[in-house]
Design a protein around this ligand. Structure first.
Ligand SMILES: [Zn+2]
Length: 306
């Protein structure tokens, strides 16, 4: 009897944690390129923080993961999804930028020999904002989902561009000037023309400014010039028309700049201005109420000093 109980306990320990991990559902958007499309929502306990698009590219001798999700649980499920497709080693984990919905899953990929890659500004951004993220997301995600979340800094950084090889499959990382954040990094799979845009591109989900409105607007021509056949936005569905798929985001950010400049020119106080700008856009975006005033407030301060 004692032996049977011991065996039962051993089985629970050996299989318990692993067997509860179900692979994140992914879609093969191009040969060897897999994406899990996150919920268009704020991070919360019910969605595991899985609101950002995360994915991976399978090459000849290894795998590159692009973003790890909003919790270690999501990260583990993404790792399980990789293992459904291939047993090749994960060589790279690319963080497209510092935000929790993109990097809170990093800890799931520690200790497997992967290089963590980010923008040259990412280590500083993580050091500055990381402790606050760990603290403030306890409320929305809850202790269970936050357990094990660690801020994992990149082991390799990119300024300008960096080309990497996954065994006959080249992909190009590009570090962008400050836009959505000051550490935006994109991933371009040259074999299929698939661009992971990170949060330089929002579709349906209203764009969120945590860097520079003017910087973001300045990046549009270079973004539009990427010879992409399809684009995975940071949030929202796959874009297959490029650069046409940038138009909505550009219109919204242009609107913010135009209407805020007019309000500043009239001498409107900030509190009034940020409530009235771009209400014409309100029906066109999800989460507009959650972010538009915040965007306008950040951009007002920037435009005031033009
Ligand atoms: Zn973001």
């Amino acid at each position: 009897m004692a032996a049977a109980i011991a065996l039962l306990a051993w089985n629970t320990v050996a299989c318990g944690a692993e067997s509860r991990i179900s692979p994140l559902p992914v879609r093969e958007v191009a040969p060897g390129v897999f994406v899990h499309f996150g919920a268009i929502a704020l991070m919360n306990r019910d969605n595991d923080g899985a609101i950002a698009n995360v994915g991976f590219i399978v090459g000849g001798d290894g795998v590159a993961v692009v973003d790890t999700g909003g919790s270690v649980k999501e990260g583990r499920e993404l790792l399980a999804a990789v293992r459904v497709q291939t047993n090749k080693p994960i060589r790279y984990v690319v963080d497209t930028h510092m935000h929790p919905d993109h990097v809170f899953g990093n800890a799931a990929f520690v200790g497997i020999g992967a290089e963590f890659i980010g923008h040259a500004n990412l280590p500083r951004a993580m050091a500055t904002h990381g402790p606050h993220y760990l603290d403030s997301y306890r409320d929305s995600l809850g202790a269970a989902l936050m357990d094990g979340v660690k801020i994992i800094a990149p082991t390799k950084t990119v300024s300008g561009t960096l080309e990497l090889d996954l065994g006959g499959r080249r992909f190009v990382l590009k570090a962008w000037p400050t836009a959505h954040s000051d550490n935006d990094l994109t991933v371009f799979d040259t074999q299929t023309g698939t661009l992971f845009a990170g949060d330089l591109l929002f579709v349906h989900h209203v764009p969120v400014i945590d860097g520079s409105l003017l910087g973001w607007l300045k990046n549009f021509d270079a973004l539009a010039a990427v010879p992409a056949r399809r684009v995975v936005p940071g949030h929202g569905p796959l874009v297959t028309a490029w650069p046409g798929g940038l138009a909505d985001e550009r219109r919204y950010l242009d609107c913010l700049a135009r209407e805020l400049r007019a309000a500043i020119h009239r001498g409107d106080p900030l509190t009034a201005a940020v409530k009235s700008v771009c209400v014409s856009e309100s029906d066109r975006w999800a989460l507009f109420a959650e972010y538009n005033i915040r965007n306008a407030t950040a951009a007002f301060a920037e435009l005031e000093w033009e």
